[in-house]
Design a protein around this ligand. Structure first.
Ligand SMILES: *[C@@H]1O[C@H](CO)[C@@H](O)[C@H](O)[C@H]1NC(C)=O
Ligand SMILES: *[C@@H]1O[C@H](CO)[C@@H](O)[C@H](O)[C@H]1NC(C)=O
Length: 511
């Protein structure tokens, strides 16, 4: 991908840039000692001395970050100036309400991106009244990537000073502040949290696909980390690697780290869609399309504000492969949590990685089901690789012709587990139709089998024995068992469909 090549190039220019441009501008001496630590580190070291520098300059002149209060009428036009109390009043900052501060990321064109106002409006529309401020650091964000990275500490420092000032002047507690940072803005928020003076922490920081390059693998003090606020959550949506780099950070950086669709890449962002996008929007479509997966983190968060009855559950799991087998849908002992604004705030000693699937469009929620099916292959010693489909009949809706993702061939006598997601809420499942999709190849094999093992009338054809299907619904945590409707005939053959009905009692009796 072009953007990633561009990123890599920008990163390589770090050495030159951090020693020259930035040093000149901020009059920071980059010592030999600093340069020795490597091209990446040198920028950050330079920045450390720079932030000490700004710390001493506290309460002096205007900050470079603009704090723009968003109201339904002002749309972020009302600017609050540090140490100018009258601007708080003029903008109608209400100190008895919580504050949400939106922090944008790296900027190519120097314009505040459209999602910022969508997010601000969604926060305002939420049931609780809030102060919403957009931290506009465009002048420092519209730089070569490595310089913008260095500037994140400076901006973090300014946000910390802003919150300290609110506390000193109008007794607004920092624990009522929630910073929502996208991409580089996530690390800006982290630095704000670590630079704020005193022992008390900022209430909450949400990192929306925190930037990866120059942060991945760094120590917790050099990136967003769980120490930066009382509660930290992060949504990772674009961690697909290219030449060892990914746009979004892959490692956990929060108390709860969400990995929608595994976190690497998002549905609806495929290259074909990219071309469609370019055809539709022309050359500006390129940046839109490249940002698709990265910015999905933002839209998932907005979704959580807009669709109260479609809150998304995510599940604690070791990795996406285990999740894809449906093995992680348990919510026992708080193993699952809600993605987005309405998360359950629980401070855990260790980061917890949560997984979920989504749709390609808002509302993104899907319904997760684990299916477990016990299959006995009667054709001994011959693993077969059949295609199964399934239809679910629910109390509200049906879901037809679902493809069953079995990754391995069917051998002798084994239980298979897989994950199925549905876009719609079909209610309680009352019946399952399970079909072995027959193909011409299959008929051939069957003919062969017939000639090798001829059977007479009365004895059954060898096939697959499927007695029961066990289902667990992630969203409701309901467990159900479905048994073959015809108890006498549990055999399944190619092109055949079997019906399974609810049978908890019967299943328990038989086992
Ligand atoms: C500030 O918010 C509180 C709580 O919602 C409300 O009672 C009060 O009227 C607000 N103050 C102003 C000046 O709007
Ligand atoms: C399948 O395996 C289970 C235990 O692994 C065993 O109890 C059962 O008899 C086996 N069934 C057949 C038909 O081989």
């Amino acid at each position: 991908m072009k953007s990633l090549q561009l990123l890599s190039f920008l990163l390589l220019s770090c050495v030159i840039v951090s020693a020259n441009t930035y040093g000149e501008k901020k009059k920071v001496q980059v010592s030999k000692e600093n340069l020795r630590t490597g091209w990446c580190d040198c920028g950050l070291k330079a920045l450390e001395s720079q932030s000490e520098h700004t710390r001493t300059k506290k309460h002096q002149k205007n900050s470079e970050t603009r704090f723009r209060l968003y109201t339904d009428t002002t749309e972020g036009d009302c600017q609050i100036f540090l140490n100018q109390l009258e601007t708080l009043e003029k903008c109608s900052f209400n100190s008895s309400l919580p504050l949400v501060m939106i922090v944008h990321g790296w900027s190519v064109d120097g314009i505040l991106e459209g999602w910022i106002w969508k997010m601000a409006a969604a926060l305002k529309a939420h049931h609780k009244p809030l102060n919403v401020i957009v931290a506009d650091w465009l002048t420092l964000a519209r730089q070569h990537y490595p310089i913008a990275v260095q500037n994140t500490r400076h901006v973090g420092q300014e946000i910390a000073e802003f919150l300290e000032w609110l506390e000193e002047s109008i007794q607004f507690s920092r624990s009522n502040a929630h910073l929502i940072g996208y991409s580089l803005g996530a690390h800006v928020s982290g630095f704000a949290g670590s630079f704020i003076s005193g022992t008390k922490k900022i209430g909450r920081i949400t990192g929306l696909d925190p930037a990866g390059p120059l942060f991945e693998g760094m120590s917790p003090t050099d990136r967003l980390s769980p120490d930066d606020a009382d509660f930290v959550d992060a949504i990772h949506t674009f961690t697909k690697q290219h030449m060892g780099l990914s746009v979004g950070i892959k490692q956990p950086v929060a108390h709860f780290d969400f990995y929608p669709n595994g976190g690497t890449f998002q549905p609806g962002c495929h290259i074909l869609h990219v071309y469609n996008h370019i055809a539709q929007f022309g050359i500006t479509g390129i940046t839109q399309a490249v940002k698709c997966s990265h910015e999905r983190s933002v839209h998932l968060f907005i979704d959580s504000l807009l669709h109260k009855n479609k809150q998304i559950t995510a599940y604690w799991c070791n990795d996406i492969n285990t999740f894809n087998k449906g093995l992680c849908l348990s919510c026992r002992k708080n193993r699952c949590n809600t993605l987005g604004y309405n998360i359950r705030e629980e401070r855990l000693p260790k980061s917890r990685q949560l997984f979920l699937k989504t749709r390609a469009h808002m509302p993104f929620k899907v319904y997760h089901y684990q299916f477990r099916i016990h299959i006995i292959n009667e054709i001994q010693g011959k693993p077969i690789d059949p295609t199964f489909t399934m239809s679910l009949i629910g109390t509200k809706e049906d879901a037809k012709n679902l493809h069953i993702p079995l990754v391995e061939g069917i051998t002798g006598n084994k239980t298979y587990s897989f994950l199925i997601t549905l876009d719609a809420d079909i209610g309680d499942i009352i019946m399952i139709k399970f079909k072995w999709e027959g193909t011409p190849v299959w008929e051939n094999i069957w003919d062969t089998v017939q000639t090798i093992i001829p059977w007479t009338k009365g004895t059954h054809r060898p096939g697959l024995i499927v007695k029961a299907l066990r289902v667990k619904a992630g969203e409701t945590q309901q467990k159900m068992t479905f048994c073959s409707q015809s108890i006498d005939n549990v055999h399944l053959h190619p092109s055949q469909e079997k019906t399974f009905v609810r049978c908890e009692d019967r299943y328990q009796r038989e086992n």
